[in-house]
Unconditional design. Sequence first.
Length: 92
Amino acid sequence: MGVSYLDEKMVDYYYGVKTSEVTSSRAIYKGEEAFNYVAELGVSTPILFGGYSRFALNYIWYDDEIVMSPLTDARYGFGVMVTFSKYFNELF
């Protein structure tokens, strides 16, 4: 479990609507700071393919400052992350 903080500038940049961007279906919107809650489950292992592998799933609950934006109708999000790294010692 964790909390993701977005300041006012970040929320307004991604989810805000300026006066020049208003349309008949999109009202003006000025975003404020937001606190999103995140739950993540991950597994890491140094076994696969001679390197380091990580697999993670996350679920995020968006703050009302994001949910109220006319640019999105999502109340939550879901993500998947897969990473792999390997060290190469014998380059020289």
